[in-house]
Each structure stands twice: as structure tokens, then as C-alpha cells.
Design a binder for this molecule. Structure first.
Ligand SMILES: NC(=O)c1ccc[n+]([C@@H]2O[C@H](COP(=O)([O-])OP(=O)(O)OC[C@H]3O[C@@H](n4cnc5c(N)ncnc54)[C@H](O)[C@@H]3O)[C@@H](O)[C@H]2O)c1
Length: 251
């Protein structure tokens, strides 16, 4: 058991990539918290007695602080935070001149403010325990600069930059907390598939670029998230692991 008795908070864990990560962590002995705006309790009930559902809005400071308190009250500690909640699957390609300021602000509040608020809510407990793991779900889209999704690309670029800065700051303050990111390629999560017209376009573009010729499922991200939460990655910090079927290749 690679995560025996570890307590892991997974934001947006009710469905999709977050749900697959929660299931992988449970199999390795963790206790998991589904911190989601929708369906948190239902998902936790389906996942069994080692799962707790806490309705959380990651873009709201009070809500993220209340979530951390509820986890500490229920499980007594927080070892892992997966910042997975994000606005993506409902988006459609939109020319940058036509993006609404209100949509840009809402997306930034969830995708950028959210990971910072959640991290800040759990780091006091992690510091007291002598360490922890923070895993931010970014996107390969920020490496590639895909067009017609400027606000989303900008938000995931910010997550990637914030990962490095958080890793250094938490190391400089001797917290024992590591911070890494995962950048998925296009993933057939249920909500992505449900957005049919956009889904087909995303998959067509991805299929042209992939070196591993199969579509990706939420479970494909769970392996990297498990490794980053486990003792096997204890000297990995500030990294951004691309899991995209071999599209983006860095130096
Ligand atoms: N699906 C992909 O192709 C893909 C690719 C790269 C990165 N990602 C990223 O992975 C993450 C998960 O993607 P997914 O495909 O599983 O998405 P999804 O839409 O299926 O799930 C997102 C979850 O986040 C929750 N959520 C949304 N706003 C929230 C808020 N304010 N507070 C708390 N929870 C909130 C939703 O309720 C949902 O359960 C996102 O950050 C997304 O940007 C997805």
C-alpha cells in the first residue's frame, strides 16, 4: 500500500480526472476527501467509508478554509492536496476578441485563485505535521499554446508558474511540502465527452499529434498523481509532468 493511512484532498473529485485519482488513492490505502462544488457527498458515498464528501467552492476563501477544518475534524490530518477542480469541459473554441470579461474572470477565479486558496488552507496543517504533497493539475495546452481558448491557456500557464514558485517558497520556509504539477493532454472525461461538438474537435487535433496512438482516459492521469503522492517521488519538487500520449516533448 503506497498511501497507507494518508489523507488526500482532491478538489473537483466527484467526476472525471479527480474521481480517477480518488479511486487510485483509495486502492493504495489512502483516506480521500472529495472537495467539489457539485456531487461531493454522492461521490464519497459511492467510494465507501474511507471517503468524505465536502461541498467546496475552490474560488471562495471561506469555503476552502471551512473544507480544511472539516477534513481535520474528520480525519485529523491532511497529507496530500490535489488541485484538480477546474473550468474546462464546458468550454468551446472562441476567438479572443469575443471572450467575455466575466467568463475570463470566473475561469481565473476557479483555475488560478482556487489552487492558491486550497493550498493556503491546507499548508498550516501540513507544516505542523512536518510535510505534505501538493499536486496541481495544469494542462499541456499551456505548453503548446492552443488557439481559441486564451483564458484557459493563460490560467494553466499560471498554474504551472505557481507550482514552481510555491515549491520554492514552501521549501524556503522548511515546510517539508513538495509541489508538483501534472499537465494532461486531452482526456475523455465524462463531461468532456458530453460536450459533443467540441469533444470531437479536441480529439481530432490530439489524434493528429499523439505519438502513442490511443485516446486518453481519466485513469491515465491517476498513475502520475499516485507516484507524485507516494514516497517514491520524495525528491521531486517544482516539476511539471506531461501526460499527453507523447505530444509535447521538452528538452
Ligand atoms: N479533460 C481534459 O482533457 C483535461 C486536459 C487537461 C487538463 N484538464 C484539467 O483537469 C481537471 C479536471 O478535468 P475533467 O476533465 O475531469 O473536468 P470535469 O469538468 O469533468 O470535472 C471538474 C470538476 O471540478 C468541479 N468544479 C468546478 N468548479 C469548481 C469549484 N469552483 N469548486 C469546486 N469544484 C469545482 C466540477 O464540479 C467537476 O466535478 C481540470 O482542472 C481541467 O482543466 C482536463
Amino acid at each position: 500500500m503506497r498511501l497507507n493511512d494518508k489523507v488526500a484532498v482532491i478538489t473537483g473529485g466527484a467526476t472525471g480526472i479527480g474521481r480517477a485519482i480518488a479511486e487510485a488513492y483509495l486502492k493504495e490505502g489512502a483516506k480521500v476527501v472529495i472537495a467539489d462544488l457539485r456531487g461531493a457527498q454522492e461521490a464519497a458515498a459511492e467510494l465507501g467509508e474511507r471517503a468524505l464528501g465536502v461541498t467546496t467552492d475552490v474560488s471562495d476563501q471561506q469555503s476552502t478554509r471551512a473544507m480544511a477544518s472539516a477534513v481535520l475534524e474528520h480525519f485529523g490530518r491532511i497529507d496530500i492536496l490535489v488541485n484538480n477542480a477546474g473550468i474546462f469541459t464546458g468550454l468551446n473554441y472562441t476567438p479572443m476578441e469575443e471572450l467575455a470579461v466575466s467568463d475570463w474572470q470566473k475561469l481565473m477565479a476557479v483555475n488560478v485563485l482556487g489552487p492558491w486558496l486550497c493550498a493556503s488552507a491546507v499548508t498550516p496543517a501540513m507544516r505542523e505535521q512536518g510535510g505534505g504533497r501538493i499536486i496541481n493539475i495544469a494542462s499541456v495546452i499551456a505548453h503548446l499554446g492552443i488557439p481559441f481558448m486564451l483564458h484557459y491557456v493563460a490560467s494553466k500557464g499560471a498554474v504551472s508558474a505557481m507550482t514552481r514558485s510555491m515549491a520554492r517558497e514552501l521549501a524556503a520556509t522548511k515546510s517539508g511540502i513538495t509541489v508538483n504539477a501534472i499537465s494532461p493532454g486531452y482526456i475523455h472525461s465524462p463531461n468532456a465527452v458530453a460536450n459533443k461538438a467540441q469533444h470531437e474537435q479536441f480529439e481530432a487535433v490530439s489524434a493528429q499529434m499523439r505519438t502513442i496512438e490511443r485516446a486518453q482516459k481519466p485513469e491515465d492521469i491517476a498513475g502520475a498523481a499516485l507516484w507524485l503522492a507516494s514516497d517514491e517521488s520524495s525528491t521531486v519538487n517544482g516539476q511539471n509532468i506531461v501526460v499527453d500520449g507523447g505530444i509535447f516533448m521538452s528538452l
